[in-house]
Design a protein around this ligand. Structure first.
Ligand code: AMP
Ligand code: MG
Length: 427
């Protein structure tokens, strides 16, 4: 007996497996290999397909065994996860190409003022369109929900006509040059529609992609670090993350090697339970990475925002002093900090925004799993894990701190001591 055609889909919030071309009179049985896993069989005799609906992707490793007549077939949700990883890597790689082109033009242009926000606007939208496009092309059978930074509101205004034309051309040129997708060029109206695929609210149920199309826009404008950051939430937890860092050196940024800074362009990827890997954006075999395992806070260097307006440099300085850190802070933009930390370029990342600033989930989702799967831990300043299930914002206590498991207790103490001192009225 021939294999049944199998596709996967998400019906409502529940993942489904659809077995096509099933003969209605064939006997059918299903058995689950996990206690936590329930499966419903929905028969559809009109198109001879059977739909199997399970209760959660969080049991993704559970394999259901189907038997039908004499043909036995095993199906694992691992297939889905693999497809999602491939799609996510492809999506951010293509978006990175668009961003690199725009940044190169920006830096070469004599006319363009560096304070002009228009290049970053074009690249932000273009990146969001490409990521949304690739995910939907690569995962056609999965329901698509995207929580992303941009929406089309401003672009629909009369004065944005030229910007929209530039975005549309950039997107179409990038897709055509890549050659993977044999599609007609997108119209401006399609570009607007696809940008608005990113307006999902996320939340604790189902799966949601989380995208920052250009994280670190200030770094992008300066010609420094930025990242295209894409995460995947499943039932409120980050289960996948990819970070494209087009300007991050492939070697450690602590490396003293000559020309080490010449080879740039890193792609970090992580999936729950599978570790974190780094490869070159130009294509190279992925290499497993691990956070620094130093237990000695005196030899731990730390990362923080380049922009003092994004994170208090004086507070991080006070924490570093308490820990006895000798090295000066490494200040770079974007979630490239999480990537660099995941391969041990430094041991600590400190982030303390001004009071009242609300962190967005797309600024941390991908970085969070890249660090966790590399053996590190990211928490708020009180030691609580970051909660991505609350919608578009993180609900945080004071700041975000990241380090390895061994240094975390000492770091938490230094953070609390510094925060308490800061709260005391000065004499
Ligand atoms: P970084 O490059 O690590 O400083 O972080 C870049 C991100 O900081 C951007 O994507 C913004 O979403 C976010 N951001 C913008 N304004 C602020 C602020 N006032 N405080 C903290 N983060 C901010
Ligand atoms: Mg950002």
């Amino acid at each position: 007996m021939a294999w049944w055609g199998v596709t996967t889909a998400v019906v409502g919030r529940l993942p489904s497996i659809i077995i096509k071309n099933h003969h209605p009179s064939s006997p059918f049985c299903i058995k689950s290999s996990s206690n936590h896993y329930s499966v419903h069989i929905l028969l559809d005799n009109n198109n001879n397909s059977i739909k199997l609906k399970s209760n959660s992707y969080s049991v993704a490793t559970a394999a259901a065994t189907f038997s039908c007549c004499s043909a036995a077939m095993s199906f694992s949700y691992g297939y889905d996860k693999q497809q999602q990883l491939i799609a996510a890597k492809k999506a951010v790689s293509l978006a990175a190409r668009l961003c690199q082109k725009v940044q190169k033009g920006l830096l070469q242009s004599d006319v363009q003022s560096k304070s002009d926000k228009s290049p970053v606007t074009v690249a932000d939208y273009g990146s969001q369109v490409l990521v949304s496009f690739v995910l939907q092309k690569e995962l056609p059978a999965q329901a698509f929900s995207l929580v992303a930074e941009e929406d089309s509101g401003d672009l629909r205004k009369e004065e944005s006509q030229e910007t929209l034309q530039r975005i549309t051309k950039l997107v179409n040129d990038t897709i055509a040059n890549d050659g993977t997708y044999n599609v007609l060029p997108m119209s401006e109206a399609q570009v607007l529609t696809i940008i608005d695929c990113g307006t999902s609210e996320g939340g604790p149920n189902g799966q949601h992609w989380v995208l920052d199309p250009i994280d670190g826009t200030k770094g992008f404008l300066r010609g420094d670090q930025y990242a295209i950051a894409l995460g995947l939430l499943d039932e409120g937890k980050v289960v996948l993350g990819v970070l494209a860092c087009p300007n991050l050196p492939l070697e450690s940024i602590r490396s003293q090697h000559q020309n080490a800074a010449d080879k740039v362009g890193c792609l970090f990827s992580a999936q729950l339970g599978c570790g974190t890997y780094m490869e070159s954006l130009n294509g190279s075999p992925p290499v497993k990475v691990h956070v620094s395992d130093t237990e000695n806070s005196e030899e731990a260097s730390f990362f923080e925002s380049y922009e003092a307006a994004h994170s208090s440099h004086s507070l991080s300085g006070s924490i570093a002093k308490k820990l006895g850190v000798k090295a000066p802070p490494v200040r770079i933009d974007s979630q490239a900090k999480y990537g660099a930390l995941s391969r041990g370029d430094g041991a600590i990342y400190l982030r303390f925004p001004n009071k009242g600033y609300r962190e967005k989930i797309w600024d941390h989702a991908a970085g969070y799993i890249v660090i966790a799967e590399a053996g590190g831990v990211a928490s708020d300043a009180g030691g609580k894990p970051l909660d991505f299930s609350k919608g578009r914002y993180l609900d945080l206590d004071t700041g975000i701190i990241v380090t390895n498991q061994k240094l975390m207790p000492a770091l938490l103490k230094a953070v609390q001591d510094s925060l308490n001192e800061q709260a005391l009225p000065s004499l």
